[in-house]
Design a protein around this ligand. Sequence first.
Ligand code: NDP
Length: 491
Amino acid sequence: MSKLPLLPINVAGQWLLGKGEEYESLYPATGEPVARLRAAGVQDVNEAVAGADHAFRTSGWAQMLPHVRAGVLHRVAALIRERSEELAQLQRQDNGKPISETRALVASAAGTFQFFAAALETLEGTITPSRGPYVTMSVHEPMGVVAAITPWNSPIASEAQKLAPALAAGNAVIVKPAEVTPLLALELAKICEAAGVPKGIVSVLPGKGSVIGDALTKHPLIKRVSFTGGTTTGKHIAHIAADKMMPVSLELGGKSATMVLEDADLDHAVNGVLYGIFSSSGESCIAGSRLFVARGIYDAFVARLAEAAKNLRVGDPASERTQMGPLITARHREGIERYVDLGVSEGGRIRTGGVRPQGGAFDKGYFYTPTILEGLTNSARITQEEIFGPVLVAMPFDTEDELIAQANDSIYALAAGVWSRDFKRAWRTGRAVQAGTVWINTYKQFSVSTPFGGWRDSGLGREKGREGIFQYMEQKSMYWGTNEEPIAWAN
Ligand code: NDP
């Protein structure tokens, strides 16, 4: 272990050393420690939930007038923006993404708080048509203590996506960030505190998911879990939730199809496909990892794509010019290498990449080259299983029917991309493909105002959008009697 000072975690508003094991967060570009902390233990979970429940009942947060609570969330957004460069640099060190990407994630986190502050301030109940001597209304109430469990690939943005609507709804929130990327969630807790969120309303418990995440999910006072992560973990959480009759939202894995039709604008399609799979080093749930290209343009398109992939700038995440940084951990890189070996053993040919870049800084960090495989079918394991790395499988297709059948032949259905100049074909293909999000002539664009989530094994529920706030509220119907006479039945 390094000599770095131990970082405190946040247990119901108290900054203290966790009761779990000591560990270090490493900078993936060098393997050197960025922070040392003691993880949360199960006792911290119990204390955080009890403290959050107390704060929910007594702090006045849930009862605060909407425009006043919205004001606090606007201050969170403003403080994120004030500290944006510092947060982006910290995020770069915590998970190794290039600085250009971490700046965008920080900006998106601020935008998310701003959006849900506005959603809260303008939130309306409804008066429903009365069918008797009463006025009927539908209103929403906060749930109590909710948990947000996030993965390592887009810290701060993932946490904001859950924390902002959950706080806007008036809840207390326990955040469980990924063990390997704890730092931004802890900073977010400090920012919430400085903005005026009452003590105990936000806790941040870094630590092992199998211990902390599990204990949180099972805790009887946790009224909802919002989870982003792998499908296996998501299903495990769904089982626990079923036993507790607890609602969950699950943002899970993907194996998204990108479809390049004969009439696509190839300059746009090459750039879009590259960005879709290789940005964030492919460590993205929406990575366009299955590429289908019309047979007539297949050879020319893949030749251009491979050349462009070879020229992507892989390297130092601190450099403004870097397009692809390292992978998150040495272990994750080994997993990706095993998948590429598997693809070759299944009959695939490596068109480009498939190796670790060598020399200098590359020898310390967990870098891997952008990789394209060909010669495989959609049923190969490497084409069906999520790799979560910079690995693309390219396949030709002949007819539109065959394309749609293959694109939909996946346990996942998170996202898809269509590249075509023919607006009718693009529309038809976009409607026929089964996915939570479809991009036409663009890819991996995101807006907090538009719902996001997956079908099938890619998840349950939706985040973002104005409706996102209702995920963290219980609906309540109210009947207000207006009879002049007592109810006749009792006479
Ligand atoms: P995991 O499912 O392993 O982990 C996600 C989070 O869950 C982490 O905080 C983890 O903790 C925690 N966790 C692990 N086990 C449990 C458990 N038993 N109970 C409760 N929580 C637990 O996923 P990865 O971190 O590997 O993230 C990559 C996955 O996330 C990919 O499959 C990707 O597709 C998906 N993802 C989905 C997105 C979407 O919006 N659909 C967006 C981003 C990623 P710990 O850190 O200790 O493992």
